[in-house]
Design a protein around this ligand. Sequence first.
Ligand code: MEV
Length: 418
Amino acid sequence: MSDSSISKFFEKTRKERLDIVADFANLSAEELKILQSNDGGISFEKADKMVENAIGTFSLPLGVATNFKINGKDYLVPMVIEEPSVIAAASKGAKIARIRGGFEVAADQSYSIGQIQLLDVDIKSAVKKIQESKKEILELANSKSNTLSKMDKGAKKVSCKEIDTPLGKMLIVELLIDVGDAMGANVTNTMCEAVSPLLETITGGRALLRILSNYSISRIAKAKAVFDKEAVGGEEAVDDIILAYQFADNDVYRAVTHNKGIMNGIIAVANATGQDSRAIEAAANAYAASSGKYRSLSKWTKDHNGNLVGSLELPLSVGIVGGIINVHPIAKICAKILGVSSASELAGIMTATGLAQNYSAISALATEGIQKGHMRLHARNLASSAGAKPDQVDKIVKQMIEEKKISLDRAKELLDDI
Ligand code: MEV
């Protein structure tokens, strides 16, 4: 199966959903077993090796968003998130985008930036000496990764910049490293530490910090989609969504919430595929403020036929090899469900998911409001918490919504009546 537009996926049982996903992604019996195993994928023994002072593990819901067509290919998008509505919203956004061909995405190759802070130097002559020793610096950096060197990747560029601080001017040396399909934090840090003594010798200075920059502006991912005017709700709805975007683009209070909606999509996929979500968030927020003012990460306009056009661009530092993907079996399975063969493909999918999410959020906000959909899900959660079986949930939810009395106590009463 290669069609991700699966009708009424949410109404299916867990087994039916798993069968669809297994069929879509060619999952093995072993992988299905891991997904079904209710322990969230890692044992305490594994957790104990991952962090210090471990006392347990902590699971979150894993779902899949349907309907995604990205660069002409269908995807089921695994999402790990605690917030109700997010997976439904992503699926809904993707369903509408699909009418006009789905998402077009593009992502840079994975260039990581490493920084070395050089102190106590005469900046002008230090820069000259560093430029003259570029080859030696790059060779030394690349000697730290046979894997990248063999693939003709690794450190490619050395550059210098001067920064002005209240404690005086400083020289910052930056390595630009092609990290292939890895997120690349470790190799970047290793290379920075490796070249620092050489930089000290060349310049006579002192290297203080030697660390990756999470502001990964050489790893920009972009997504774009046309949302059919009629499916959006007509001309007025399109115009109102554009007005909603203008609010976000011109008011920091709204922009943060608007961008949070985008990150709902991006971080859920990041969680599912074992990415460093903190790095992604930090870079995205810096990028949102790159004009000097914190703005919307997405842009919303309309085309000459009046269809809504959304685009999203942000730095996305992700990997499909190394890191947690080697450790967490579910992260590995999620990458398989996506069928990604490169880090840039994953970055493109994440950006499309962020855009789909943003569409659904601002479309709901600009039309019926967000609470209606939220309340339905909230009511479902309450009915389940009250102990309702799957076949009893709908009845309880319907009744609570009709009565406008959505609470755990009422759910319990209605369950008793049943
Ligand atoms: C809630 O998690 C996200 C939204 O607040 C995003 C937005 O306001 O655009 C709905």
